[in-house]
Design a protein around this ligand. Structure first.
Ligand SMILES: [Zn+2]
Ligand SMILES: [Zn+2]
Length: 146
């Protein structure tokens, strides 16, 4: 998604948070890419435009955006959090070898029978499905170590 500085400022204003050059750059970066970057990936890009920015600022800003629902967090392999600027419902194809995360629009059956959770008292709000496997590139290279 191509975003203008005006669009981005408006998005931030709608959330009642102040519009800073850091926030605008970080939001622009995450919304324009589709590779589900880590905080460090975003930091490396954003610091080109804002050399004084710290990793901590990038990280905290991403967490704020997550809380506001502007972006989503994906923790595919329980290691480094990855962020997703695409908040429309979709699932992910996750490569267990190179950790590539690809978007998948799949209308999977929503009426999955849930287990009886009455005894645990847990209230389910949503069910997430992610598909793990090997991307095309890794299938070809699976024989060779990374
Ligand atoms: Zn792969
Ligand atoms: Zn995604």
């Amino acid at each position: 998604m191509k975003t203008t500085a005006e669009d981005l400022s408006l998005i931030l204003k709608q959330q009642n948070i102040s519009v800073t050059p850091q926030r605008v750059q970080i939001l622009k970066n995450i919304m324009e890419r589709h590779d589900h970057p880590s905080a460090d990936n975003i930091f490396q890009e954003v610091r080109r435009a804002l050399p004084m920015i710290s990793f901590n600022t990038v990280y905290k800003t991403l967490e704020t955006f997550c809380q506001l629902g502007l972006i989503m967090k994906v923790n595919p392999l329980h290691e480094v959090a990855r962020y997703d600027g695409n908040t429309t419902p979709h699932t992910h194809l996750i490569c267990t070898r190179c950790h590539q995360v690809e978007d998948l629009y799949w209308d999977w059956p929503k009426e999955i029978p849930l287990p009886d959770l009455r005894s645990s008292g847990f209230q389910v709000e949503s069910v997430a499905v992610q598909l793990f496997g090997l991307c095309r590139r890794c299938q070809n290279e699976a024989a060779t170590p990374l």
